[in-house]
Design a protein around this ligand. Sequence first.
Ligand SMILES: NC(=O)c1ccc[n+]([C@@H]2O[C@H](COP(=O)([O-])OP(=O)(O)OC[C@H]3O[C@@H](n4cnc5c(N)ncnc54)[C@H](OP(=O)(O)O)[C@@H]3O)[C@@H](O)[C@H]2O)c1
Length: 257
Amino acid sequence: MLAKLFSLPGKVALITGASRGIGRSIALAFAEAGAKLAVSSRNKRPPELEKVAEQVHAMGGEALVIPAHVGKKAEVQKLVQGTLQAFGRIDVLVNNAGANPILSSMVDLEEEAFDKVLEVNLKGAFLMSKAVAKEMIKQGGGRIINISSVSGLRARADQTGAYCISKAALNMMTQVMARELAPHNILVNAIAPGSIKTEFSRVNWTDPDRQAQRIREIELKRFGEPEEVVGLALFLATEASSFVTGEIIRVDGGQTI
Ligand SMILES: NC(=O)c1ccc[n+]([C@@H]2O[C@H](COP(=O)([O-])OP(=O)(O)OC[C@H]3O[C@@H](n4cnc5c(N)ncnc54)[C@H](OP(=O)(O)O)[C@@H]3O)[C@@H](O)[C@H]2O)c1
């Protein structure tokens, strides 16, 4: 019973930003749970994404590598079509790709930087969800998991304003789409990680002031590891969460209590 609740036998999962960090950990866990994978990232450093696929193959699983920039419509279409051609369906979409290219106060933030953050974190998830949900409607159901952030729940004054705004909007998109897609048996939820030790958050765990500030905030007094986001992702992708939709669930070591 328990194994059935948390497994994904024969399911097809498409994961963006799967080359490293949180996306990579989710991809490997979903493969272990029995899913066939399409893994994607812009693939600027090709070996990273291919290595994830190789690890999945070594486990006896299936993983298709399709590079795509999630903010570019034509690339999103290629990614979704390529996945459908290979596997015939998409049961789980994880919108994990995210960007925070620049630290700046809102008044000094360049328009281009604002656009870039919104393009990847919000428009990317929108384009992906729109394309995949159309297929899920035809299939009769599916799961969409948005990787948001606690920065979308509480305003930070640490030069990450555009990022906070993008994730707050992603939370609202999660809830709007959860309501719109519920009649089609598509469950849409978000995970809001706190401070997780990845390449993306490097400045937060290498800059002594930022690190000390984070540790002060986090009740568990440490950064999380990418693997610590996996349990919730697996819950949201499987039968275990069949009556959960429109939720934004924090994995933050008590940072925002
Ligand atoms: N780490 C944290 O503390 C933390 C906290 C809260 C939320 N999050 C969220 O968790 C998600 C994953 O972050 P992470 O910490 O695991 O970061 P990471 O280790 O830097 O991984 C980011 C992934 O996204 C891909 N990516 C970046 N821009 C992309 C684009 N335009 N199109 C497609 N793929 C793109 C990257 O690959 P390429 O470079 O090859 O494209 C990489 O695979 C993000 O949405 C982030 O906002 C992270």
